[in-house]
Design a protein around this ligand. Structure first.
Ligand SMILES: C[S@@+](CC[C@H](N)C(=O)[O-])C[C@H]1O[C@@H](n2cnc3c(N)ncnc32)[C@H](O)[C@@H]1O
Length: 196
């Protein structure tokens, strides 16, 4: 299957978009999902994307990677690496291991902390930033004056991740990984920066 590129905008793939495809004015968003009733533009598996090598500008994937084993996620990262242009990013949102929602779905196979993303370095991606959200982001509830400062604190002090059970768990972890533009020299992969 091929996708008509009728717009000049850069291409963003929303992998496993379900019924919640990203809305972005700065990208042409193409949803990919195996579920026929989803919002996807391409119905098919994410490990065989119908795109040429180095042809995609960005990838976004929310509440998707936790449905795969480590070996399966490596296959997915290899496919993301193939289609992304060098230096471009994969934005990943997954439930944090400390949150009940990570475990209440029995189909989840993987659980993530901040450090989990470093285990994909050999696939050619480096971790640019990792950020925690105590509640779903963007937060739309009644107590933003509590939630936003707490997000700040969690992201300022890395060690607090360990004690997140005391505050009912961290809901989500967001990670931005970059396709290493040097491709061959993966030894110099930079470390993660927590966002402030
Ligand atoms: C938990 S839903 C997340 C939906 C959406 N991203 C969101 O944040 O609400 C996971 C989605 O991944 C899709 N999915 C599962 N395995 C897939 C695969 N191998 N390739 C593409 N999509 C897949 C499912 O059909 C489902 O729509």
């Amino acid at each position: 299957m091929s996708v008509k590129r009728d717009e000049k905008k850069p291409i963003l793939l929303d992998i496993g978009c379900g019924k919640n495809k990203q809305i972005r004015s700065d990208y042409k968003v193409i949803g990919v999902d195996i579920w026929e009733n989803s919002d996807a533009d391409i119905i098919g598996p994410a490990n065989h994307l119908p795109f040429d090598d180095s042809s995609v500008d960005a990838i976004y994937t929310r509440h998707f990677l936790e449905h795969f084993t480590y070996e399966e996620t490596i296959e997915l990262f290899n496919e993301f690496f193939r289609v992304l242009k060098p230096g471009c990013s994969v934005d990943i949102v997954v439930p944090h291991v400390s949150c009940i929602s990570a475990f209440q779905d029995p189909t989840h196979k993987a659980f993530f902390t901040k450090r989990s993303f470093f285990k994909y370095k050999h696939t050619g991606f480096y971790v640019e930033k990792v950020k925690f959200y105590w509640f779903r982001h963007p937060y739309r509830g009644w107590f933003p004056f509590i939630i936003y400062p707490m997000n700040k604190i969690l992201n300022l002090f890395n060690g607090l991740e360990r004690f997140s059970g005391l505050i009912g768990g961290i809901y989500e972890v967001h990670c931005r990984m970059i396709k290493d533009s040097s491709e061959l020299d993966l030894k110099h992969t930079p470390g993660a920066k927590l966002l402030n």
